[in-house]
Design a protein around this ligand. Structure first.
Ligand SMILES: NC(=O)c1ccc[n+]([C@@H]2O[C@H](COP(=O)([O-])OP(=O)(O)OC[C@H]3O[C@@H](n4cnc5c(N)ncnc54)[C@H](OP(=O)(O)O)[C@@H]3O)[C@@H](O)[C@H]2O)c1
Length: 247
């Protein structure tokens, strides 16, 4: 499968800042007709709307409130590309007092939110010819960094679900992609203490546009991501992406 963003209508969660904003700008740069900026506070998209006018359409969406996801899917019924970018991080280790609370918080947005997004938007994508569904995972989906154990666990779970979506949505012609950035210079990157090694969020937006066109399942935008991707390549090809019979 291959997907070209030119003249397409997309929805991006968490489009107001960080990687989501960069993705929105890449989509417009590469000819997308319209991007629904799906955010908790629609006022936070004002700078993007000021810059791009009606090409950016704010829509309310909170990953922890399924009714807002369903309502956004009804508003964005003409979207053929959904990029679930929004996510949260707490710096809790497995031994932190707040480990369980942190994991619950992260699972709520990063994992249950993804399931609600897939359930709400799969019919929309089907009715628009299949399209594409992109999930922002991470290098931590493959390797746990103990200083944010619970975040890594939530991103590993999200990656697992993304693999399932690839199979589940194949028959309706939806291309599914799993994006695995390393440290990126955003508020989350700062909060994780990664500022010194972080790379620009624009890399992620550009990588997604290219990888969609190439029909890739895994996408690795930055230096660390590419290192992990190169080491992971054989396992990804021969196990994750291979057609291994179940049971
Ligand atoms: N930065 C990195 O180093 C890095 C590396 C690998 C993967 N990632 C992943 O890339 C994605 C974007 O990260 P980022 O660095 O851009 O993060 P960020 O700067 O912290 O921005 C997070 C975005 O998610 C939104 N958000 C948070 N909780 C939400 C919820 N419950 N419902 C809807 N939107 C919500 C935020 O909206 P508000 O403005 O309303 O808070 C904001 O738009 C995340 O999935 C993250 O896990 C990041």
């Amino acid at each position: 499968m291959s997907y070209d963003v030119q003249d397409q209508i997309a929805l991006v969660t968490g489009a107001n800042r960080g990687i989501g904003k960069a993705i929105t700008e890449s989509l417009i740069k590469h000819g997308a007709k319209k991007v629904y900026a799906a955010v908790r506070d629609v006022a936070s998209v004002a700078p993007l709307v000021a810059e791009h006018g009606v090409q950016v359409m704010p829509v309310e969406l909170d990953l922890t409130k399924p009714e807002t996801i369903q309502a956004a899917a009804e508003t964005a019924s003409d979207a053929s590309l959904v990029i679930n970018n929004a996510g949260v991080l707490r710096t809790a280790t497995a031994l932190s007092d707040d480990a369980i609370e942190a994991l619950q918080f992260e699972m709520d947005a990063n994992v249950f939110g993804l399931i609600h997004m897939a359930q709400a938007f799969a019919p929309v994508l089907k009715s628009n010819g299949g399209g594409a569904f992109v999930q922002l995972n991470s290098v931590v989906s493959m390797k746990c960094f103990p200083q944010f154990t619970t975040y890594c666990a939530s991103k590993a779970a999200a990656y697992s679900i993304t693999q399932a979506l690839k199979s589940l949505l194949k028959d309706q012609g939806t291309q599914v992609m799993s994006v695995h950035p390393g440290p990126i210079a955003t508020d989350m990157g700062d909060a994780a203490g990664l500022s010194e090694i972080a790379e620009p969020p624009e890399l992620v937006g550009e990588c997604i546009v290219e990888a969609l066109k190439a029909g890739d399942f895994h996408a690795y935008p930055d230096t660390m991501a590419k290192q992990v991707g190169a080491a992971y390549h054989d396992f990804a090809t021969n196990v994750v992406e291979a057609d291994i019979a179940e049971g």
